[in-house]
Design a protein around this ligand. Structure first.
Ligand SMILES: [Zn+2]
Length: 324
């Protein structure tokens, strides 16, 4: 097999010349000039950008994370997002929940009144400080400090629409392994390239979100990462996430995101996602060894989930309209 000196699979480390998956994918959402090329690893099947961008900060510039949201905004966001987030009903008093990649803090804020101990992690120090002050919760930006303070103490670690943004999958799972207590739960949601939604919309699929989405771990990749980091799979299920459809319609029609078209498509997106969830998958993993402190019985689709800020059109919307 020929080697590609630029390719380095984020999952298996293969450098074998990969298969081109999608070329020159434009940023339909934030309209950054960078066009992403996606390749499929011939060893493990992971689809990822190659080369992996060294600095992704430019992909997120002008991202409106800091604005306060209106009640109507919050209501709509709950309607759209909540069913794909972690179901906090399984939390017990005193449990520690870490939302890793907490974005604008929507998920943490939604459950701040619960008896669990909540904390967040967000890579931008400025964003973490701002969130911490607003939510009155610890929000870390330094992974080493986070691990130092909470090693083996976390009952539930959530990554809602986060892993696909990261440039080091192994490092992310290592953090999870270090932070979770034995029996602790790792809940993550991911876009699925195997879905009809992804196949229908192709480069215009909202879940592709180039260039911010770096890789698309599929089931076998997640299972492999889990197995190498002391985690076992408890549940895998599709989650209803209407933005996958509703956010793709404007891009398919006009070439880029448009809030009015998104709103027009949203009711159908909600119905489709509830009737036949596709496009996004939730994984419930459990740290092996010792006793679990949680009841992790698989729950129905009406679970909670947070959205990664990056997939949330509302966040961009707010920067362009007075949607209040
Ligand atoms: Zn691979």
């Amino acid at each position: 097999m020929r080697e590609d000196n630029r390719f380095n699979c984020l999952n298996c480390g293969s450098r074998t010349l990969p298969e081109l998956f999608l070329k020159e994918c434009e940023d339909c959402y934030l309209r950054k000039p960078f066009k992403a090329d996606y390749f499929r690893c011939r060893q493990c099947g992971l689809v990822q950008q190659s080369p992996v961008p060294e600095d992704v900060s430019g992909f997120y510039e002008a991202y409106p994370l800091h604005q306060d949201k209106s009640a109507l905004y919050q209501w709509m966001r709950n309607l759209v997002m909540a069913p794909s987030y972690f179901d906090i009903r399984s939390l017990k008093t005193g449990d520690v929940l870490l939302d890793y990649g907490c974005g604008d803090g929507w998920f943490l804020r939604s459950y701040a009144q619960k008896r669990a101990f909540l904390l967040g992690f967000e890579r931008s120090a400025a964003q973490a400080d701002s969130l911490s002050k607003r939510l009155h919760l610890p929000v870390y930006s330094d992974p080493e400090r986070l691990v130092s303070d909470f090693r083996g103490k976390v009952d539930v670690l959530t990554m809602h629409f986060v892993l696909e943004h990261l440039t080091d999958l192994t490092q992310a799972f290592l953090h999870v392994e270090e932070l979770l207590k034995p029996g602790g739960i790792f809940f993550l949601t991911l876009p699925s390239l195997e879905s009809w939604e992804a196949k229908l919309f192709g480069k215009k699929w909202h879940g592709l979100d180039p260039p911010r989405h770096i890789s698309f771990p599929h089931k076998a990749v997640v299972e492999g990462l889990a197995g190498r980091h002391g985690l076992e799979v408890v549940e895998i299920r599709p989650v209803p996430f209407p933005n996958g459809f509703a956010g793709s319609i404007p891009a398919a029609v006009t070439g880029h995101f448009n809030f009015v078209l998104y709103l027009l498509a949203l009711p159908l997106g909600i119905v489709l996602s509830r009737l036949s969830p596709a496009g996004f998958v939730a994984y419930l993993l459990k740290r092996t060894s010792a006793d679990s402190s949680l009841d992790v019985t698989p729950h129905p689709l009406q679970s909670r989930s947070s959205t990664g800020a990056m997939n949330d059109p509302f966040l961009q919307i707010r920067s362009k309209t007075n949607f209040t």
